[in-house]
Design a protein around this ligand. Structure first.
Ligand SMILES: *Cc1c(COP(=O)(O)O)cnc(C)c1O
Length: 426
């Protein structure tokens, strides 16, 4: 037996205690293995499984309707997208075989970079292996580039932006209150005039489903001499005439210096990217560690993403249908007096307010009704604001919605699952 475990290195005990604490707080997370059925999305197959530390037991195979996917438009199962991946795999093989600089750049990589730049009306684009890495690598590299950077960061920014901001050498971070332009302005005004500044924010905040004021933020940036970095991860594919995000919808993409997005949510495939001026993109291409020292995205993934982006730009019906489905679902919730948070986006949060109850509600939906909705708990959201986060898509039928409404009506009436007395919630 290897010695450390036996001799008791403190980390072994630390892990044990940490896990016990996480369990005691009701924050223990288990995966629910679900096999997406490409031709029947949003239906998934939940296979019979034994319990493991990370997964619960499932006594028998069953069919599940998923309400929590970030593949908002079902592009990941679109036949054209799937076919593009298959073709590229046959032509180019399974992996990229190297970093972008070491034989890992295929023509399809450069074509997708040009496509993303064009979508956002920017000079250039750069792919990363994920949206997380695009945020982390870009922000860390920019904020380490010159002395004295101050980064103004929205309080609810995504973990990947925070990782980049915290990882930067020698920069200062100023956190402003969420979507609060008065607070942002006060903090910009209080900062020294002649240091480089950057404002990092998102368009659609995916947990609360609220949307930032991009034009207002950019106006402050101009007034105080800051550049702007916008995460459009939950908006690309969904907002704007061509799916260019909220910045396209609001006609302000040209005011944003750097637009970041993912190919994994609205576009349904995988990978992250930024778009900006060609100098900024070239600087990052030549300096960002998280871009340089990792194997390029597989050509099949890139080909599928390119097919998806082109389809989404050309055909608006998927996003129109998604918003119609979202409205229909909200109307059904309203009629059944099920509490939900009204948002200006496509996200439908159902407040629960307690980690254990949230977990239990999600488990009962799955076990009793064959419906999957992820419980959103701390640290993803603050304690006391636990919720189910539902994302109706173009392929959720009226019948699926009615089943969800029936299930929620029933489960929320059970006292220990309800957030508050039912009367107070309607
Ligand atoms: C999911 C997410 C990311 C990361 O994108 P991936 O492509 O999944 O790595 C970045 N920003 C926000 C706001 C996200 O929700």
């Amino acid at each position: 037996m290897s010695s450390n475990q036996v001799d008791g290195h403190p980390f072994f005990r630390f892990c044990r205690t940490a896990l016990e604490n996480i369990r005691a707080q009701g924050r223990y997370r288990q995966f629910t293995p679900l096999a997406r059925q490409a031709e029947r999305y949003p239906l998934y197959d939940q296979p019979e499984t034994q319990a493991t530390p990370s997964t619960p037991a499932c006594p028998q195979d069953r069919e599940v309707v998923v309400w929590s996917s970030n593949d908002y438009l079902g592009m990941g199962v679109d036949p054209v997208v799937v076919e593009a991946a298959i073709q590229a795999i046959h032509e180019h093989g399974a992996g990229a075989g190297g970093t972008r600089n070491i034989a890992g750049t295929s023509p399809v990589h450069t074509a997708l970079e040009a496509e993303m730049a064009d979508l956002h009306g920017k000079e250039a684009g750069l792919l990363f292996v994920s949206g997380y890495v695009s945020n982390q690598a870009t922000l860390q590299t920019i904020l380490s580039s010159m002395p004295g950077w101050i980064c103004f960061s929205d309080r609810l920014n995504h973990a990947s932006m925070i990782a980049g901001i915290k990882g930067a050498r020698g920069s200062t971070t100023v956190i402003y209150e969420h979507n609060d332009l008065a607070d942002l302005e006060a903090k910009l005004a209080a900062a020294p005039r002649d240091v480089p500044k950057l404002i990092a924010f998102e368009s659609v905040y995916s947990m609360d489903g609220d949307i930032s004021d991009i034009a207002g933020t950019c106006a402050l940036a101009r007034k105080y001499g800051a550049i702007t970095y916008l995460d459009e991860v939950h908006a690309v594919g969904l907002y704007g005439d061509q799916g260019g995000g909220v910045s396209e919808r609001d006609g302000v993409a040209d005011q944003v210096d750097i637009i970041e997005g993912t190919l994994a949510k609205g576009f349904g495939v995988h990978g992250g990217y930024i778009t900006a001026t060609s100098d900024i993109v070239e600087y990052l291409r030549l300096s960002a560690s998280g871009f340089i020292f990792t194997t390029a995205l597989p050509p099949a993934v890139v080909a599928a993403a390119l097919a998806s982006v082109r389809l989404v730009r050309k055909d608006g019906w998927r996003r129109e249908r998604m918003f119609e489905r979202v409205n229909t679902f909200r109307e059904k919730l309203r009629r059944a007096a099920i509490p939900f948070t009204m948002t200006p986006s496509h996200i439908v949060p159902i407040p629960v307010g307690d980690a254990q109850r949230c977990r239990e509600l999600s488990d009962r939906l799955l076990n009793d009704y064959g419906i999957y909705a992820t419980p959103i708990n701390y640290p993803t959201v603050p304690r006391g604001t636990e919720r189910l986060r539902l994302t109706p898509g173009p392929f959720h039928t009226d019948e699926m919605m009615d089943e969800m409404v029936t299930a929620l009506s029933h489960l929320l009436r059970i006292n220990d699952l309800a957030a508050q007395p039912v009367a107070a919630m309607a």
